[in-house]
Design a protein around this ligand. Structure first.
Ligand SMILES: C[S@@+](CC[C@H](N)C(=O)[O-])C[C@H]1O[C@@H](n2cnc3c(N)ncnc32)[C@H](O)[C@@H]1O
Length: 186
């Protein structure tokens, strides 16, 4: 059973100190989102990445298996009048989007939580036309994050993705506690 982030702690995901170890600026410098693009933020939570991403692109699908988290994200986008976000609830093995419906998908701090990673990543591959960005915790001591034994080491994540036919395009060493991998679905 994978570790699931406790929903009631959602505000922890938005603490200002997160910028010091997972800065949005580094994320945007690495992926360079463009105004005409459609993105999926999968496992969006309350929208740490969703909102600033939606300010830069045509549309963001905010996707989460938790209705509670989608609601928190929705309240935050509505509070700032951001209209380019659509909310979708997924399951552990199904994402309710058509084939290649998004240009790029982001999975930030989600991979280690997947209960059925193979089925889920096949869904991510099916819906994504270009890049899949996988950001997750190194199994090292850190100021936040899941228990170390629940984290998936970078090499294991790469092996797993490659075994499903994803191709590793880029590795960005921008975060002290996370790996940042860019794949293409093939
Ligand atoms: C640790 S939070 C990360 C949220 C956000 N990506 C961030 O970096 O701030 C993990 C999120 O993934 C969601 N989640 C867990 N399993 C999921 C799944 N199979 N499909 C979609 N979302 C899932 C949880 O509900 C939670 O909102």
């Amino acid at each position: 059973m994978a570790f699931k982030f406790p929903e009631e702690n959602w505000q922890v995901l938005l603490l200002p100190e997160r910028e010091s170890w997972q800065s949005l600026e580094s994320f945007f410098n690495a992926v360079k989102p463009q105004p005409e693009e459609v993105w999926a933020d999968i496992g969006c939570g309350p929208g740490y990445f969703t909102l600033p991403l939606a300010e830069r692109v045509k549309k963001v699908y905010a996707i989460d298996s938790s209705e509670f988290m989608l609601q928190r994200c929705k309240e935050r986008t509505q509070a700032v009048g951001l209209e380019r976000v659509e909310y979708l609830q997924c399951t552990e093995d199904k994402i309710p989007l058509g084939d290649k419906e998004v240009d790029h998908s982001l999975l930030a701090n989600l991979f280690h939580e997947l209960l059925n990673p193979e089925a889920f990543m096949r869904e991510v591959k099916r819906i994504t036309r270009e890049r899949i960005i996988l950001i997750d915790w190194h199994p090292i001591p850190s100021p936040a994050g899941p228990p170390i034994e629940e984290r998936v080491p970078e090499e294991r994540a790469i092996e797993f993705m490659t075994s499903l036919g994803f191709r590793l395009l880029e590795k960005h060493k921008v975060y002290p506690y996370h790996y940042f991998l860019v794949f293409k679905g093939g």
